[in-house]
Every structure is written in C-alpha cells, then in structure tokens.
Design a protein around this ligand. Structure first.
Ligand code: ZN
Length: 318
C-alpha cells in the first residue's frame, strides 16, 4: 500500500456492480468512470472479470478496460478470474492483481463456477504456476477469495473448520493473499471479527489484509469498523452501491464507496480520496444507467459543516 494512506479503498463497481445489473455500460462510459475515480484519489479499481461473454456480456470488454486502466498512473488494476483460463487472459491484458473466488459452500461453488472445491484449488495451483513463470516484475498479485464466508443462500452457515481448511489449501496452492468475502450480505460485526481471526490462524496474519462486504442488511459499515478493529487495511466498495441485491429489493449491493470514504476520513484514517470529487463521479452512472438505483447517504446529505478530511488530497493528474 502507498505510504501516504492508511486504508486502501478498492472500488469494485465496474466488476461487482456491473455484473449484477442487466444494462451494459458502454466501454467509453466505463473508461470515464474509472478515470474520474482515479482522479478523485481512488488507488485500486477492480475493472472487470475474465469470464466468457456468454456468461456475463456486461463484462465482455474487460481486456480493453484493463488496457485503458493501465495507462492511469499509480492505479492498481485488479480483475476477477474464475479459473486458470481467465487468469491467463488477465495476465495477457496486464492486470496488476488477480482474484480467484472460491466459494466455501460447495453447492454455491457448483452452482456459480460449476466446480468442486478440489477443482477450484486445482485452478489456483495452475494460476500460481503461471505467475511464477513470469519475470518477477511482471507478476500480478494473486488473491484467493473465500466467498460466501459468512453463509450461503443454499447451505446456510458453513462450518468454520471447512473455511479454515480451504483458506489453508488456497495459500498452499500459491495465493499471495486470502480475501474474505460476504457475498450474501450475511455478516455482522462479531462474525467479521471471528472470521478474520479464524482465517489468520489458518494462513498467517500477513496474508489477510482485506475484506469484501455487501450492505444487504444494512450492516456494511458496522462490519467495516469490526474489520478495522482487527487491523484490516483494504475494503472493497462500489460507487453508489451499484448492483443492488436480487434477494432484497431496496438494498444496495456492495457497501457504498462514498459513505465508506466519508466514514474512514471522519475517523482520521487517510484514504487519499476526495469525498466531494467522488460524489461527482455518480453523474457518469446516472447519465448512462438512468434506471439503476444508486445508494448512499453522504452524496445526498453532503459532508458536515466544517468537515476536515484526514488528509489534504493531492491532485491526481490523469
Ligand atoms: Zn460481491
């Protein structure tokens, strides 16, 4: 993480948000969105997913989006890859970070990725191998992410022993980092603290730095505070909570980037992000996705009078 920030806010809207809605955001609008967020100070953006266009036509242009995002100075370009083939394309495109999701619920894994746990671990091993064969300065950061960690819509709660074992297997397969993902929005602050401890005990403290939270039941920011208390330093969020939740009408998808940044800065934690500028970026989504609801409180209410962000934000020239 850059030395001038305390917390890395990773914008995942162009991937998680866009894959959850029907309309396809045109390539130019994606570029404008990514550029504007980087200009507001966002340091890492998950710009897409290397899945077949037949599965997610919304993300069919991911390689082009990566190529564009790489031209923005100091921006960490992250992508999702569901398998080794996707990772190969991600490497070709030049992504800085690749995340392979492993659903700790095997039923969810079969439903979503059409793969058993053994098969996903196999993909992780192949991806790590591919990365090791690259010159050192060309190797992307490789994260294995434990999705449905807080429960799954098919199996409910997943046994902690099973989650710990899968975290260990991902690390052994060669992942640099193990992420924790509340895919279903089941997490609560106590569960977050327990899960971070559990996964850290399995793979070591330094391999667990971030969490991916949804706000399905309104506990998103409370869960962030729990993560902060455990010493996590990376939080995923999406602009306007884009994406919503198919199971909970009116609920946002990911936690809202604007509200997250405001909370962190208000708590004296430097994100490097200018909240006002960030809120302006919503206009891009509003004009291109007029029928999609956007969530968040700070964009409507504004920042409090006399609000002083944790850090003067230096201008990003991009
Ligand atoms: Zn998600």
């Amino acid at each position: 993480m850059a030395a001038d920030i305390d917390i890395l806010v990773s914008e995942v809207g162009p991937r998680d948000g866009l894959q959850s809605i029907k309309p396809i955001l045109p390539l130019d609008a994606k570029k404008a969105w990514i550029l504007a967020e980087a200009a507001a100070g966002v340091r890492e953006i998950e710009v897409g997913s290397f899945v077949p266009a037949s599965v997610l036509p919304q993300l069919a242009d991911t390689a082009e989006v990566v190529a564009f995002a790489r031209t923005i100075p100091d921006l960490e370009v992250a992508v999702l890859a569901p398998n080794a083939r996707g990772a190969e394309n991600a490497i070709k495109a030049g992504a800085h970070k690749i995340t392979l999701p492993l659903s700790v619920s095997e039923s969810h894994s079969l439903a979503n990725l059409k793969r058993t746990h053994d098969q996903v671990i196999d993909e992780a091993t192949r991806i790590a191998q591919m990365i090791r064969e690259l010159p050192e300065d060309k190797r992307p950061h490789f994260e294995g992410s434990l999705s449905t960690a807080f429960g799954c819509t098919i199996e409910g709660q997943i046994p902690h022993t099973q989650i710990a074992r899968l975290a260990e297997r991902l690390k052994k397969a060669g992942c640099d980092e193990i992420g924790i993902s509340d895919t279903t929005g089941y997490a609560d602050p106590l569960a977050v603290r327990q899960m971070v401890k559990l996964v850290r005990a399995a793979v070591g403290d330094e391999a667990v730095t971030g969490i991916h939270l949804h706000n399905t039941r309104g506990l998103g920011l409370a869960n962030v505070v729990a993560g902060l208390e455990e010493g996590l330093t990376t939080f995923d969020a999406s602009l306007g909570g884009l994406g919503g939740c198919p199971f909970a009408p009116g609920a946002s998808g990911n936690i809202v980037t604007e509200d997250l940044v405001f909370m962190l800065e208000a708590m004296g934690l430097k994100t490097g992000i200018d909240v006002d500028k960030l809120c302006q970026v919503r206009n891009i989504l509003k004009s291109h996705l007029p029928d999609e609801p956007l969530y968040g409180f700070v964009p409507d209410a504004g920042v409090p009078k006399g609000f002083i962000p944790a850090t003067p934000v230096s201008e990003v020239s991009a």
